[in-house]
Design a protein around this ligand. Structure first.
Ligand code: B12
Ligand code: SF4
Length: 667
């Protein structure tokens, strides 16, 4: 029997927007159970393996002294980019204990190199194929250091998540988690979803989703978050699922509430909106992103430009479907007027919940590549105590300085998250939503505002705002009273978080103004033309076939592909204008050289199959277009080239607005 521990690293919980009042009253410690890890557990055969999930937020921080009830043979760590430092600490703790370690999840998938020095095995991408492969390799004593699954398989092969090992602690999560789709058909410049999960949306069979919902209901959850990026990406599927959810809810005494992420285009589909409301979706996350149409266009968020954005937001609100909107400031088209414009837009939009961020360029996204080319990506890695992710940005804006961005952002947060501005927005929402009944909402007597605010320990300015919201609900939408109360409770908590963020921002603003921030610029030595990606679409199938036919171990193909293209770019470097036949010849040579390396034979001794034999040997090759691996490969290539070019930090000049030369790290 092999014992496997799967850990979700500790992170400070900033995401309080979904919690209700109950969260503070009962045993809730975290928002969602670790769905990625439960999926990995589901992929592990029950025979021969015991798998234990461990969420540090719920089950405790692991350190050198932690005593487990068994000896583990393997520890796997999940996480986003923001969890990386803690993930690495965990690897060090377990390595000291002599336990084999592996990493997976969005963080490791986006930046595998950053994990490789610390973990024995690193998984890139989804693991429905590569995890079972790894288990087989491990059994045979030949586990590899990297498994990069480039296939993006249909989700009917994804197993039911296994929660049995944390059955008794599921009560500590506020929401149940179920995923229905992976991938997003859009292509926003700043987003890495399409690199991680592809643009072709795949979905779980409706019956499987209902089964997972049923499992969550059995754990006692009343609220489920569908962990999708664009729930409405395949409208036909989504409608079928919504009808099934409505039927399922009808079998329950108390219908479940649902929430998810989607695009504003949903508002253009009346039937879809009606189904969402009927199925009890009371809050959805939507990337509204910007009040500036120029920025939406620049970021390729074209779907938000269909029709009038404010009208489209109000359409959804009228169904009683609350929106949590994601907003970004600092796009190339934003000057310093964006802060006031955004504030006015948000007040008119009457959004019940808002997350505002400065533009970030996540590693490997199109935005990152473009800004890298323009020398406008900075690394903040050498600065300590940067505060939460939302208090910093890694970009140099175009129409303002970094300092102006930080200061304007701070002003915006302070203004938008003031109690008076919030009360006005919520009253607007209640007036809109009041026009339509919502099954989720049950009338309750108006709570006493003073008693509520006192119980919450909120600031004095909370009282008039809470009274305004509750009075307004009583007047225009008594059936929404329970929601009005929840919105007051949620905001009281969110307000505290925002005050912390403002303090972190103050620290960063002061350091930036004093020139104390260490802003290392990332500069790739070999500039990679953006047009290369179009060429890659065309030539990749040929190179892939050559590798597929000749490589002894096909699980290494994506690594070999990256090696091949990295070398091509390093060789042709800045001289690359367009793809020419000699590049193809060079690519063939490089493919053969890397195949030889992976096959463990000297390059000179390696003889590739002749073309006919190659085609025959590649007969079972997956359809490369269907796999949609171009984005993945392109990203890995660029990442690797950037790493090649990372000059020693001290040698880099600070950006012009950073003030005097960088000082040593701030401790
Ligand atoms: C639901 C969701 C949320 C929810 C809940 C998150 C949670 N804690 O559960 C909310 C809305 C709160 C949220 C918030 C944020 N999120 Co989010 N979120 C998602 C979303 C849509 C689904 C996550 C999920 O459950 N997936 C389902 C499971 C099955 O997939 P998975 O975890 O990737 O697991 C698979 C593989 O990765 C692998 N795997 C995972 N772990 C491990 C571990 C091992 C050892 C192995 C072998 C394999 C493995 O196996 C699984 C099966 O293939 C993803 C996008 C997506 N489509 O996944 C973004 C995503 C994860 N979020 C992201 C981000 C950036 C955030 C925020 C930082 C946003 C912000 N600016 O505030 C916050 C941070 C919140 C926090 N403090 O934790 C990014 C992460 C980017 C990155 N490269 O790190 C993603 C990828 C979306 C994106 N590109 O913008 N998020
Ligand atoms: S719609 Fe959302 S998930 Fe899709 S590419 Fe744009 S930001 Fe990413």
């Amino acid at each position: 029997m092999k014992n496997i521990l799967l850990v979700s690293p500790y992170a400070k919980n900033e995401m309080l927007w979904v919690t209700g009042e109950e969260a503070s009253l009962c045993e809730v410690l975290n928002i969602y159970p670790p769905l990625g890890l439960a999926t990995v557990a589901g992929l592990t055969p029950e025979e021969g393996y015991s798998v234990q999930l461990w969420d540090e937020v719920v089950h405790g921080i692991i350190d050198e002294k932690t005593v487990f009830d068994r000896e583990y043979h393997l520890v796997g760590v999940t996480g986003y980019g923001m969890h990386r430092p803690r993930a690495i600490e965990l690897a060090q703790i377990f390595r000291k204990r002599g336990v084999m370690t592996c990493a997976g999840g969005p963080g490791a998938s986006s930046a595998p190199k950053e994990y490789q020095a610390h973990f024995d095995v690193v998984f890139g991408g989804e693991v429905e194929v590569s995890w079972p492969q790894f288990l087989r390799d491990w059994e045979e004593g030949k586990a590899q250091a990297v498994y990069h699954q480039i296939d993006k398989p249909e989700l009917d092969i994804s197993p039911l998540p296994r929660w049995d090992s944390i059955r008794d602690t599921m009560k500590h999560y506020h929401l149940g988690a179920v995923q229905t789709t992976r991938g997003c058909p859009y292509d926003c410049e700043f987003c890495d979803v399409i690199y991680l999960f592809g643009r072709r949306q795949r979905h779980k069979p409706v019956e499987t989703v209902i089964e997972e919902v049923r499992v969550m209901a059995a754990f006692g959850y009343e609220w489920i978050f569908f962990c999708d990026d664009e729930f409405g990406g395949d409208r036909k599927y989504a409608k079928e699922l919504l009808r099934a959810l409505i039927r399922f809810n009808e079998t329950l005494d108390r219908p479940m509430y649902y929430s998810t992420q989607m695009c504003i285009t949903a508002s253009g589909d009346k039937e879809f909106c009606e189904l969402l409301a009927a199925a009890n979706f009371d809050m959805v996350f939507i990337g509204i992103e910007s009040a500036n149409p120029g920025s939406l266009k620049g970021a390729n968020k074209l779907q938000n430009l269909r029709g009038n954005l404010l009208d489209n937001i109000h359409i959804l609100l009228r169904y009683g479907i609350g929106i949590r909107s994601g907003m970004i400031v600092g796009f190339d088209e934003d000057d310093t007027s964006i802060f006031q414009t955004t504030y006015e837009f948000l007040q008119k939009a009457c959004l019940p919940s808002i997350g505002i961020y400065m533009l970030m360029a996540p590693l490997g996204t199109r935005l990152w590549m473009r800004l890298m080319h323009e020398g406008r990506v900075v690394s903040l890695a050498r600065n300590k105590n940067l505060g939460p992710a939302r208090a910093r940005t890694n970009i140099v804006p175009k129409l303002m300085t970094r300092l102006e961005l930080l200061r304007g952002y701070r002003w915006l947060l302070d203004r938008v998250y003031s109690w008076d501005a919030y009360a006005d927005r919520i009253c607007g929402f209640l007036s809109l939503a009041g026009q339509s009944p919502h099954r989720a909402d049950q009338p309750i007597p108006k709570p006493d505002a003073r008693a509520l605010v006192e119980k919450l320990g909120a600031a004095p300015e909370a009282l008039p705002a809470a009274a305004q919201i509750l009075d307004h609900a009583e007047q225009v939408a008594p059936h929404l009273m329970v929601r009005a109360k929840h919105l007051v409770v949620q905001f009281a908590r969110y307000h505290v978080t925002i005050q912390e963020t403002l303090r972190d921002l103050d620290v960063n603003i002061a350091r930036e103004a004093a020139g104390e921030m260490i802003l290392d610029r990332n500069i790739p030595i070999a500039p990679l033309p953006l047009t290369f990606k179009n060429e890659l679409n065309r030539i990749l199938p040929e190179v892939y076939r050559r590798l597929y036919a000749n490589m002894a171990d096909r699980s290494q193909i994506s690594l070999a592909l990256t090696d091949v293209f990295v070398e091509l770019m390093l060789r042709v470097g800045g001289s690359f204008q367009k793809f020419e036949q000699h590049h193809m010849t060079l690519l063939e040579e490089l493919s053969d050289r890397h195949t030889a390396k992976y096959n463990g034979v000297p390059a000179v001794d390696f003889v590739p199959l002749a073309r006919d034999a190659e085609i025959a040997a590649a007969a079972g090759m997956p359809n490369i277009k269907k796999l949609r691996v171009v984005d993945d490969i392109y990203k890995s290539v660029f990442q690797r080239i950037a790493e090649h070019g990372r000059a020693p930090a001290a040698a880099l000049a600070p950006p012009p607005q950073a003030g005097p030369a960088p000082s040593p790290a701030i401790g």
